[in-house]
Design a protein around this ligand. Structure first.
Ligand code: ZN
Length: 459
């Protein structure tokens, strides 16, 4: 067996690993590099393999850093099959369509600028036509645990990773031994999704390390902080903005609000899910309640359910979105982007940041250099659409909603599989080193941290 680490090697994005075994060339994920120009350049530099020779892509889940290069793979000649779970197939198509429109928009902007310089800009990485051709290549398994034969010698199984809806860790049974790829592994006690499943005994393991060096706060503390922010702001008639990713976090926030409402702890208010992508994703969630955990299924069976309770409104169009700020205050507004780098949340921030009665509740990681991070770090003023806005609103950061396993969960998970060969991927270098040290100390295993494009041969 040969493994080439084509992405998420000493980085957290661009997840893509090429496995060559028993006459097959298999990609585990085909993700977009994100965050900064240098990483984004890798998306353009071409794949370190010939896409025409890839037989299968086994897709762990629908996040763009795992799926976002699939249309480019098809554009460059891939004609094999993409295997994943049914929710992943449906959500990935939405995410890829959204990504294609952003790519095309961005390319048009760059083309206008380049034209003024008398130069030509690079075309979009891919467009909607590529996404449609890519969509035809999906061959989902019917459920977790189904053994899908890839040829006479190799079989793959998708197991619940508990990270987002439909997410999987992948078991690949080959004549060279069993390989387990974690994809992104989930946190325990997360709303909606189940806890990560138990891995089988493995010869080779590729494990994500995003939070390999830290421990999360408990979900109880997190829910208490969430409730306090809602009570403080909305209870006093202010607007509470929740910048959120469209996939999983937005639906988890709806679940939390639904539970407050059900227990009579939600002050009188209207809740706006103000993101077309989050609305479409929520509709996919509604089709797959069998993938929810027990608590999620129970909530969903009831009437009304967490995606359809009295205070909740879905605002699809731009006009509906603009109307929100014309109405009286006392609203909860969930909008993207999650780090306030674009999207409808920017308009809501412009309308609310300067009001001392308003609140901003951050429920996800805010990367360096983003508007979200500047607000979290306590900026007095920020620039929005070229206008200086003072920050008078109260700011909460609730960190415990992570959909990634922390160090204790990851260590436990690796221990159950006791692999002969362990590779740590999907982490920042500092985190990977710390996590590797902990594994050597606690599990007596000797993990390898591969470089980008490194190939290893295992026999
Ligand atoms: Zn993910």
């Amino acid at each position: 067996m040969h493994i080439t680490f084509c992405g998420a090697a000493k980085t957290v994005t661009g997840s893509c690993h090429l496995i060559e075994t028993a006459g097959l060339r298999i990609l585990l994920d085909c993700g977009l590099f994100q965050g900064g120009r240098e990483l984004a350049e890798r998306n353009r530099s071409g794949f370190p393999f010939d896409p025409r020779q890839i037989d299968y892509v086994l897709l762990s889940h629908a996040h763009l850093d795992h799926a976002g290069m699939l249309p480019k793979l098809v554009r460059d000649g891939f004609s094999g099959k993409i295997v994943c779970t049914p929710p992943t197939a449906d959500i990935a198509k939405l995410m890829l369509a959204d990504s294609a429109s952003l790519q095309v928009e961005d390319a048009a902007y760059r083309a206008r600028k380049a034209k003024r310089r008398g130069e030509k800009a690079e075309p979009a990485l891919y467009d909607m036509a590529d996404v449609l051709r890519c969509a035809e290549r999906f061959r989902p398994v019917s459920a977790y645990g189904e053994a899908r034969a890839l040829n006479d010698h190799v079989t793959c199984l998708f197991h619940d990773a508990g990270h987002i809806l439909g997410s999987a860790f992948i078991e690949l049974r080959t004549p060279d031994g069993t390989l387990v790829f974690s994809g992104d592994l989930g946190n325990r006690h997360q709303p909606i999704v189940c806890d990560p499943g138990t891995p089988p005994a493995a010869d080779v393991m590729l494990v994500e390390s995003t939070y390999g060096n830290r421990c999360h706060r408990s979900i109880e503390d997190t829910e208490a902080e969430f409730r306090e922010a809602v009570e403080t702001i909305v209870g006093q008639g202010g607007n509470l903005l929740i910048p959120s990713f469209s996939l999983e976090r937005a639906q988890e926030v709806l679940f939390e609000l639904y539970h407050l409402w059900k227990r009579g702890e939600l002050p009188r208010c209207r809740i706006f899910l103000d993101s077309p992508l989050a609305i479409s994703t929520t509709r996919v969630f509604e089709r797959f309640p069998e993938y929810f955990d027990e608590e999620g299924r129970a909530a969903f069976i009831g009437e009304p359910n967490p995606f359809d309770f009295a205070p909740l409104r879905f605002t699809q169009t731009t006009d509906e979105s603009k109307e929100i700020n014309k109405k009286s205050d006392g609203n909860i507004i969930i909008a993207g982007s999650g780090m306030c780098t674009g999207g409808r949340i920017i308009h809501h921030l412009r309308h609310n940041l300067w009001k001392k009665d308003s609140g901003i509740l951050f429920v996800g990681y805010q990367a360096d250099g983003t508007l979200g991070r500047r607000i979290v770090d306590g900026a007095d003023r920020v620039r929005i659409f070229g206008e200086e806005i003072s920050v008078a609103a109260r700011v909460w950061t609730v960190n415990g909603f992570s959909s990634h396993a922390d160090q204790p969960i990851l260590l436990d998970w690796i221990k159950q599989a006791t692999p002969k060969h362990l590779f740590l991927v999907h982490g920042e270098e500092k985190t990977l080193d710390a996590f590797a040290g902990e594994i050597r100390k606690r599990l007596s295993l000797d993990p390898h941290i591969p470089d980008w494009k490194e190939t290893v041969e295992l026999s």
